[in-house]
Design a protein around this ligand. Sequence first.
Ligand SMILES: Nc1ncnc2c1ncn2[C@@H]1O[C@H](COP(=O)(O)OP(=O)(O)O)[C@@H](O)[C@H]1O
Ligand SMILES: [Mg+2]
Length: 525
Amino acid sequence: MIAPVREGHALPPSAAAPALAVRDVTKTYGATVALNAASFSVLPGEVHALLGENGAGKSTLVKLLSGLIQPGRGRIELFGLAARLSRPADAQRLGVATAFQELTLVPDLTVADNMLLPRAPAGLLGQLRRREGERLVVAHFADLGLDSIDPRAEIADLDLALRQKIEIARALFRRPRILLLDEPTSTLSGHDIDWLGAQIARQRAAGVTIVFISHRLREVRRFCDRLTVLRNGSSIGTEAVGDVRDDDVIRMIIGRSLASAFPPRPAVRPAGGAPLLRATGLAASGKLRDGSFALHRGEILGIAGLQDMGQQELFLACFGMVPLTAGSLEVDGQRTVLASPRDAVRDAIGISLVPEERKTEGLFLHMTGRFNVSLPVVHRFARHGIIDTSAEDRAVAAVLERTEVDLRALHTPADAFSGGNQQKLVIAKWLLAGSRILLLFDPTRGVDVGTKHQIYLLMRAFADAGGAILFHSTEIPELVGMSDRVAVMYQGQIVQELTGDAIEEEAIMRAALGEAAAVPAGTGA
Ligand SMILES: Nc1ncnc2c1ncn2[C@@H]1O[C@H](COP(=O)(O)OP(=O)(O)O)[C@@H](O)[C@H]1O
Ligand SMILES: [Mg+2]
């Protein structure tokens, strides 16, 4: 199972060797080469970022190191010893624990049962041990500052961020020597990211070796010592985080430099007339108290705000998903009541939402790309009650080409696609439906830089063609780069609206912190 590879070496292997080394590892799936002679190594006690576009092979590497899959060629060494990881138990025994990108918690089991898997005790004696196990889980959560989680809650009842934290807590429960975190922050924001940063710092101080995968360079800079970039299954290089600029890293990731991350704004300002969508004094139970804006054809209106300042409710209200307690909506100057999303997507209205949780709300993951993309308009392809699938294929293929999604998506279940491609499937769906107003809620979260760039181009093209976009992002530079105007929310209200040169990070941040002079809710008129 484990054999020394440094025979005759003077030092004990653990003193000199990397904690983790991947040497010339190749892994293929049929014709797909997921890893192509990839190599990298991580020093003991280091926090090492693994970067790369969606599909670069990061998760494949994590799965290999976790014993879920085996390499076709190449070697893995742990603390200087060749490791054969034939099954997850092998990796666990050698001190490797993983928080997987596709969370592996069992939805219909309790938090405690998931924590105790795969050795959840059974039987009468098991009952006693279960109680003991639960006690350990409670103590562990308290230690991690997760006291508020009820160990008897069912996973299915918890939101995605909470599940992500439990996935991480479970990996830590095993007291790993090597901790693998596969895109943990793609479902986290704000305080939860700070929480993770604190956990990483603590583990690092205790000598744990950490591999951290994220698309956000800011986090990589905050948490990590060194970084390795993968591209097309090959390792491109390893650098100390302090030695490289963002531009250098982006060039390593995509193999070229982006001339400009954001497409140019149109020179002419959008024409006047009735806005495509006008919100006046929207309020909904929860966080939204006073949302007013006007969204014109050809325009991208950014909605900024710190976490939970009412953005979610604002977007959901514009899609008929939460009832209004006050205020009104107008589409094309006509007062409009959206009782449900069905009302919003009607041809005459043409509003679509790309939601925060695309995995649970935007897509049916086990269904094909064709099914997902044509879902809202599948009736268009029906003749005498039978779906003309070749017409459907042609129409879906056309929007997949526009969004640059591989045509294999037509017949492949959505869950086989990377996060970025899933997001583009959701966008393709609304393009096919002919939506006029897109509500994009943090559409680039967890999406790699190359795909982000494509999404930016799609957004601008959509607006240039006469559509209008309400756009929320947790990344302020993205709002600055993409928006024609930015409305900033604070405590459920739009407190400031910025246009032109006034759209800059600092001004947005100041308003988001509630420091803006109280400005009457902008109507953009
Ligand atoms: N089980 C699988 N079957 C077929 N192809 C796969 C499988 N898992 C991953 N791939 C492919 O391998 C490549 C690398 O995927 P992955 O490691 O998930 O990338 P990343 O995590 O960097 O986004 C992609 O092209 C992906 O489609
Ligand atoms: Mg991945």
